[in-house]
Design a protein around this ligand. Sequence first.
Ligand SMILES: Nc1ncnc2c1ncn2[C@@H]1O[C@H](COP(=O)(O)OP(=O)(O)OP(=O)(O)O)[C@@H](O)[C@H]1O
Length: 290
Amino acid sequence: MSIVHVNELTKMYKNNRGIEQVTFSIEEGEIFGFIGPNGAGKSTTIRTLLNFIYPTSGSATIFGKDIVKDAKEIRRHVGYLPSEVHYYDDMKVIDLLMYSAAFYKVSDQRLKQLAERLDLDIHKKIEDLSFGNRKKVGIVQALLHEPKLLILDEPTGGLDPLMQHTFFEVLLEERKKGVTIFFSSHILSEVQKLCDRVAIIKEGKLIQVETVEYLTKNHLKHVTVVFEEGQHVEFDLAGVVNKEVNGNEMTMLYKGDMNELIAQLHNVRIKDVSISEPSLEDVFMHYYEK
Ligand SMILES: Nc1ncnc2c1ncn2[C@@H]1O[C@H](COP(=O)(O)OP(=O)(O)OP(=O)(O)O)[C@@H](O)[C@H]1O
């Protein structure tokens, strides 16, 4: 059974498109990335799954239960980190976290362990925390009750690189325990580092769901050719995308027959050529420029 199953989920706002006919599943123990630029529909999908807003049509289940009918039951086992966290400023971190903990059976030890791990001073007032430290409060809050599913909406904003590293370690430890993670982001390098599969959303519609490995290894190649002075090849081939020329250097993505590409270099003098795996960013740009 999939932990999350989304079936043709549509959310229309009064005058705006939210998401249209979105379908995907997330399996147990998976770290599932959800990427798209601003306004693509990531938060709308998440807010609908959490029953903060109602779907216009379609359906979805979490743990096999209906997101609308069984929302209360589902929420007991879900940890959610919103993209922006808002708290009562004059509360102390510890009081806020104890308040959250009171809704579940949470051990003091779990709270302290998480705070220590993330280097969060729980005796400070919220108003005295930096943006990044507020984010840490949100992370502890999401993880506190040992949820079976973590839904993280742009979770790394404000975290410095060292803390981001620790946070990813914590997530990987949770996954080892069987926790499933839904990770929304527009930062491709972090999705590439952490996620098993990724769904790409564009203008409210899902355009691709693939393993990160497949997207980066088997599909496109990143090609750079540096020509000698006065030398040039147009590479007018099927399968060339995003070609850019900068002086003597030409870069492109290529998904055609490698022999045809190499044959084009036969009668021209070159200084250098490299053919490498594309970054997820290359792949992403490819989908967005279609
Ligand atoms: N409360 C709302 N009322 C009307 N339209 C909305 C509302 N919230 C979102 N939208 C619209 O729904 C679409 C998807 O927005 P959404 O916030 O889900 O995107 P996102 O991928 O999460 O972007 P971001 O990274 O900027 O948060 C956008 O066109 C947006 O204008």
